[in-house]
Write a protein that binds this ligand. Structure first.
Ligand SMILES: O=C[C@H](O)COP(=O)(O)O
Length: 258
């Protein structure tokens, strides 16, 4: 267990395939005044490619950072429909969500590609957020730790040790995503402490600095309890990040936990 509150709490919203440019700009206008006083909390939005430029521009100078929801591992090439790290940094995007379970489930994202993507993001100056998590069947079969071990070890395998602490890991039990079935505090703490122990297998010091977030049906009314857990450094929020008031309420809960 690691209750080290020197790790800055981190609340990330993942809009998934929601929001046109106009809707994104309206959201930012609603969010910024609500998080202006959220000192000590890192806030980011994972935005569809089409709205990245608008959200970068409208959040410039604020505490809100902007992440893409995916990124290809190669610097360029014949990869129709894909976007490189350099294309994102050119827009002043700060980071990239990598290996979200929906990308793994619906678009064939695999650990081999992620093994390239995480270091490629870092090398390009993007902050990587690596998503891991088990299915309901895996949890019921007692396979949660095996799945997490595989995903974390593969995803971090090629990250230079001196940059390990810059990676954020989001633990998202797949059965809790978009279902309203949030993990219990015990389940979240246990899995996230295990993820941190896996990072310690690479480098003990980095494991104390790396942020590990919980994701899966986080809402304003359950955030405080989750964020108070010793190893939980923040939240990756899907549905509740689509509305500025509900997302800002989760940021507020992180201030309380800071
Ligand atoms: O990336 C966010 C997660 O998939 C969680 O989504 P959710 O908060 O709608 O359950």
């Amino acid at each position: 267990m690691s209750d080290d509150r020197t790790r800055t709490p981190f609340i990330a919203g993942n809009w998934k395939m929601h929001k046109t440019i106009a809707e994104a700009e309206a959201f930012v206008a609603g969010l910024l005044p609500r998080v202006a006083d959220a000192d000590g909390v890192e806030v980011s939005l994972c935005v569809p490619f089409t709205a990245l430029q608008a959200v970068v521009d409208s959040t410039r100078g604020s505490r809100v950072e902007v992440y893409a929801q995916n990124m290809h591992e190669a610097p360029e090439g014949a990869f129709t429909g894909e976007v490189s790290a350099a294309m994102l940094t050119e827009l002043d995007v700060h980071g990239a969500l990598l290996g979200h379970s929906e990308r793994r489930q619906f678009f064939g994202e695999n650990d081999r590609a992620l093994q390239q993507k995480v270091p490629a993001a870092l090398a390009a100056g993007l902050k990587p957020m690596l998503c891991v998590g088990e299915t309901e069947e895996e949890r019921e079969a007692g396979d949660t730790e095996r799945k997490l071990r595989h995903q974390v070890q593969e995803g971090l395998e090629k990250v230079p040790l001196e940059r390990l602490a810059e990676v954020t890991i989001a633990y998202e039990p797949i059965w809790a995503i978009g279902t309203g079935r949030v993990a219990t505090p015990d389940q979240a703490q246990e899995a996230i402490a295990f993820v941190r122990a896996l990072v310690a297998g690479f480098d003990k010091e980095a494991s104390e600095q790396v942020r590990v977030l919980y994701g899966g049906s986080v809402k304003a009314d359950n955030a405080a309890e989750l964020l108070a857990l010793p190893d939980v450094d923040g939240a990756l929020v899907g549905g509740a990040s689509l509305d500025p008031a509900s997302f800002a309420a989760i940021v507020d809960a992180a201030r309380g936990a800071a």
